[in-house]
Design a protein around this ligand. Structure first.
Ligand code: OSB
Ligand code: MG
Length: 359
């Protein structure tokens, strides 16, 4: 297929509720959509998961525009490729900027599947007709609000509850949840808020039978996480530290984690995500699909990825209505009783309602 035309659209969507992590609060989603067209006018869609501020990682909406316009689009425009795996090869001379890369790469995967009239799920080799989903709950001002939130999501049937923690809002918050919900599959995400000075505190979490603790230490660390994992029972899951298959291999070899959260944007696209999945399957490391508060385009991509067999734990891909009054896709993503039904129409299997143009 020949990459004839690429269009970027800059979106601005307001989330229903602010989402607070240890690094800050997000309510305004300012992000890019990319469409990639071939010589037969087929069109693939991709979404950038970079945020406005460089809190989660160094990429921002503005840096993704710069990278796409000045380097990444020129690297693929006019090229003829046989398979989306070739996109990461074309991007290989450009260092990092994985979220920017994944925006185009995801659109090319969608285009590839649409040309062949197969679903993205089938193109990736996924086999599931439905996926299990969990919910990620932000930090709340008080424990009562959080408990009410947790109860609501348990009642909706979500398969596991993830809460965000930070120093001062950790052990007691989890204790309160455990007291009310002794059996619920529960995990905590620290988004890098702790250091090895906090080992004693992190050891206290062992009593709560958490499925895992996500990214407790620095966003660029795999050494201290290995030290920590030796001292705590709770499995460590890495998020921010993992940008590639190579990072994954090093973390697994060091014993820095027992679980990996795979985010397509963070690792530079679906091809790399699949490689990480395959490597983890071989090594007996469970993986699950993380979320970046995506609109329906990114969400549809996450659903397709999650159909791969080693996505053994519920991910963060909740239904559209968790985030948006109105999502930009038709039909919206619906989570029912903790499951999302996998669509099998061609490509990401959704239609975009959005027709604004970025200039
Ligand atoms: O660490 O997984 C994270 C949201 C924004 C940035 C980082 C993270 C998150 C989430 C929410 O946990 C996942 C989602 O619901 O999309
Ligand atoms: Mg995380």
């Amino acid at each position: 297929m020949k990459i004839e035309k690429i269009t970027l659209r800059r979106m601005n969507m307001t989330m229903k509720h602010p989402f607070t992590t240890s690094f800050g609060t997000i309510q305004q989603k300012d992000f890019l959509l990319a469409t990639v067209q071939d010589e037969q006018d087929n069109e693939g869609w991709g979404e950038s998961v970079a945020f406005t501020y460089p809190w989660y990682s160094e990429e921002t909406t503005e840096t993704t525009i710069h990278m796409l316009r000045d380097f990444l689009i020129p690297a693929v425009l006019g090229k003829t490729i046989e398979h989306p795996d070739e996109v990461s090869e074309l991007f290989a001379p450009i260092r990092k900027n994985n979220m920017a890369k994944a925006t185009i790469e995801g659109a090319v995967w969608d285009l590839y599947a649409k040309r062949r009239n197969i679903s993205l799920t089938e193109a990736l080799g996924g086999k599931r007709d439905r996926i299990e989903v969990g919910i990620s709950i932000g930090i709340e001002k008080n424990v009562e609000d959080l408990l009410a939130n947790v109860r609501g999501f348990i009642d909706e049937g979500y398969k596991r509850i993830k809460i965000k923690i930070k120093p001062g809002q950790d052990v007691e918050v989890i204790r309160a949840i455990r007291q009310q919900f002794p059996k619920v599959p529960l995990m905590a995400d620290a988004n890098s808020a702790y250091t090895l000075d906090d080992v004693e505190l992190l050891k206290e979490l062992d009593q709560f039978n958490l499925m895992m603790i996500e990214q407790p230490l620095a966003s660029d660390d795999i050494i201290d996480h290995a030290t920590l994992q030796k001292q705590i029972q709770t499995p460590i899951c890495l998020d921010e530290s993992i940008h590639s298959l190579e990072d994954t291999r090093k973390a697994v070899e060091l014993g820095s984690c027992k679980i990996i959260n795979i985010k397509v944007g963070r690792v530079g696209g679906l091809t790399e995500a699949k490689k990480i999945h395959d490597y983890c399957a071989e090594k007996g490391i469970d993986v699950w699909c993380g979320g970046m508060l995506e609109s329906g385009i990114g969400r549809a991509q996450n659903i397709a990825l999650t159909t791969l067999h080693n996505f053994t734990l519920p991910g963060d891909t909740a239904g559209s209505s968790r985030y948006w009054d109105q999502d930009i896709i038709t039909p919206e993503v619906v989570a029912e009783n903790g499951y999302i039904t996998v669509p099998h129409e061609s490509g990401i299997s959704i239609y975009s309602r959005y027709d604004g143009v970025y200039s």
